[in-house]
Design a protein around this ligand. Sequence first.
Ligand code: PMP
Ligand code: GLU
Length: 400
Amino acid sequence: MNYLSDRINLLAESETLAMTRRSRELRAQGFDVINLSIGEPDFDTPDYVKEAAKDAIDQNFSHYTPVPGYPELRQAIANKLKRDNGLDYKAEQIVVSTGAKQSLANAILCLVNPGEEVLIPAPYWVSYKEMIKLAGAKGVFIEGGIQTDFKVTPEQIEAAITPETKLFMFSSPCNPSGTVYSFDELKAFADVFARHPQVFIISDEIYENINFIGKHHSIASFENLRDRVIVINGLSKGFAMTGWRLGYMAANSEIAKACDKLQGQITSGACSITQRAAIVAMNTDPAESTDINMMVEAFRYRRDLAISLFREVPGIRLNVPEGAFYLFPEVTAYFGKSTGDRIILSGSDLCDYLLDTAFVAIVPGSAFGTPDCIRISYAVSEDTLREAIKRISSALSNLK
Ligand code: PMP
Ligand code: GLU
């Protein structure tokens, strides 16, 4: 008897986390698995942030926190949005959560009704689709192919908007493609949304700091849209704090209050210790932070290295990601090839094959709405990256 709710039965497991779980299981069995499936910096949290957390424990920050976050943290985030992004938000418009993931879920659940449409450029981050499903809404996907650096055009967006469209959501820098939208491209999107005042925009900026082309731009910069944009961000990527669990959103006061109410019934405020550490992190100007600059330079170096190594591998077609820490190659050249009785018909087959035979874990593009590709995280050391690409290349050369 299946007594679980339809809601949970319909929900897919997060494929990024599933691949990571499989690679951990294989490792526990003694296999030498290289995990390029999870997207998290391999760097340590900066020392000054760790010190702030230790102080918080000693100062007994051990009680429930205000649901939307400590006032000092909300103010520090408002200051950060002004300093780094030129955006004017009041502290009351910020809601702190247990990770950008929770902020995304809060915003979706507070905005969309069952049956409404949510427009998402593909490839998209794995959890968007399932969060939309949980809300009972309908995901409508617009394709950006590798030939356009996985970017969608304003014309595609305009053509996909219907009277049922409630929300448009995207990440820039993008997980999984590393695509970064320029100011002018965002302005062209904003011009489309100006013509459709019923559409809200979730702008996931979690990879803001990991950008190889200079300044990050937010679609919230356009004044005429500001009240309809929900900016999502957090500490996981930029400050190498994935396990600390801290995200936030900035939105109009009505949406912020709604998310506060929702969060108050589900998780309450985020961890007190993490929040005290987050105040210190948010008060750091990334442009002047040696920790952040060093990390970004390391990612840039590894990106270039991985691209040059993959260019030697036949059948791998790449864009040059301008942010985040993933490659998202198109691998259709391998579809239909085989070795022994193993036939590769899809990106999932290819990822299974690479895990089973090369012991390298990567995520199929189908998880991100683009089944012709696979996602490879290069947030690992140079030696690990070289070894992984050597193994992948050798396993691929056995496919005929
Ligand atoms: N959005 C994107 C695009 C991500 O890659 C991630 C990474 N997990 C998240 C949101 C969620 O981040 P967090 O760890 O803050 O929940
Ligand atoms: N954002 C990371 C990824 O895409 C973390 C995993 C997750 O939260 O799904 O791999």
